[in-house]
Design a binder for this molecule. Structure first.
Ligand code: IPM
Ligand code: MG
Length: 360
């Protein structure tokens, strides 16, 4: 089989980590008898430099015509990069929001789990870590504050800004179903996170989630307020299986969840629409400070590529093999700088890609 993959290397460390993911994918293809044709697309700062805007309509069309999109990361240093002199709608992040919306990628899956081999990197105490944790954050990605009406204006000589948080029941229903579906394949628990003690949008969220839950009698549903959830993530992360939440809460909680694993360089993500199509990217950012030094950790991107094989291309065996190869490389003691600990062998980005590809 041959598949068409749109590649968005992006900015900062993006190009280096995507290169290693391609290396691993091609090796998996040789081994499992499939091939991938890549079309490189510009987005974020890389697109601004060429086209003056972070995402062109042609790029969107090319992404749409592929089987899946694999992305590195976008954005630069907001203090020093000229991209941030532009108005907000022309900055790198606007490209990311536009592609999410245009491709209708409403379901954002962000796994956060503790690798046995990396327990030393976890900032939580041993008694809190217990037997480890393994959660999936299901973040709504095309609604809420990110896409509501916003404006900045002046009223009676006073500057004012407004952002609006809107959800309709259909948007909530489709993401809730995704959350319960994934829970059925895991430990069958959904924690729906909202701020229903204050927000109308959260009260609607809660009632629609309860309605959807009726179709999943095997799944235990609990509701949790977002502030409490932020606390519980550092108090008892093992309690979570699937965290189902709206866009902004998911943005914040997923950073927190990835930090408690101690290894943000390891965490993948998938953004899916109603079909098999998806965009896959590491959970971390573009780390402009270490770009071009061959020291970035490519594992999150490699694991995102594995998610792509599984969810968009139905190549489960190959996905398993990539994930196994990552585990093996850690067992064999290789580490990039961000996850380095005593007694291990420190390697760079390219070498890490080689070592993982060799183990497939
Ligand atoms: C993320 C990022 C983006 C977001 C930014 C870069 C716009 O933080 O994917 O979590 O807020 O969604
Ligand atoms: Mg974020």
């Amino acid at each position: 089989m041959n598949y068409k993959i749109a590649l968005i290397p992006g900015d900062g460390i993006g190009p280096e980590i995507v290169k290693e993911a391609v290396k691993v994918l091609d090796r998996a293809g040789e081994k499992f008898g499939f091939s991938l044709d890549y079309t490189k697309l510009l987005m974020g700062g890389a697109s601004i430099d060429v086209h003056g805007i972070p995402l062109t309509d042609e790029t969107v069309a090319l992404a749409k015509s592929s089987d899946a999109v694999l992305m590195g990361s976008i954005g630069g240093d907001a203090k020093t990069s000229p991209w941030y002199q532009l108005e907000p709608s022309k900055r790198p992040e606007a490209g990311l929001l536009k592609i999410r919306k245009e491709l209708n990628l409403f379901a954002n899956l962000r796994p956060a789990y503790l690798y046995d081999e990396l327990k030393a990197a976890c900032p939580l105490r041993d008694e809190i870590i217990g037997n480890g944790f393994d959660m999936m954050i299901m973040r709504e990605l095309t609604g809420g504050l990110y896409f509501g009406e916003r404006k900045t204006f002046e009223e009676n000589g006073i500057k004012k800004a407004i952002d609006t948080l809107t959800y309709d029941e259909n948007e909530i229903r489709r993401i809730a179903k995704r959350g319960f579906d994934i829970a059925m394949k895991r430990r069958k628990k959904v924690t729906s996170v909202d701020k229903a003690n204050v927000l109308d949008s959260s009260r609607l969220w809660r009632s629609v989630v309860e309605e959807v839950a009726k179709d999943y009698p095997e799944v235990t549903l609990e509701h949790m307020l977002v502030d409490n959830c932020a606390m519980q993530l550092v108090k008892d992360p093992g309690q979570f299986d699937v965290i189902l939440t709206e866009n902004m809460f998911g943005d914040i909680l997923s950073d927190e969840a990835s930090m408690v694993t101690g290894s943000i360089g390891m965490l993948s993500s998938a953004s899916l629409n109603e079909t098999k199509f998806g965009l896959y990217e590491p959970s971390h950012g573009s780390a402009p400070d270490i770009a071009g030094k061959d020291i970035a950790n490519p594992i999150a991107t490699i694991l995102s590529a594995a998610m792509m094989l599984r969810f968009s291309l139905d190549l489960d065996q190959a996905a398993d093999a990539v994930e196994q190869a990552v585990k093996q490389v850690l067992k064999d003691g290789y580490r990039t700088g961000d996850i380095m600990s005593e007694g291990c062998i420190q390697v760079g980005c390219t070498k890490m890609g080689d070592l993982i590809a060799e183990r497939i």
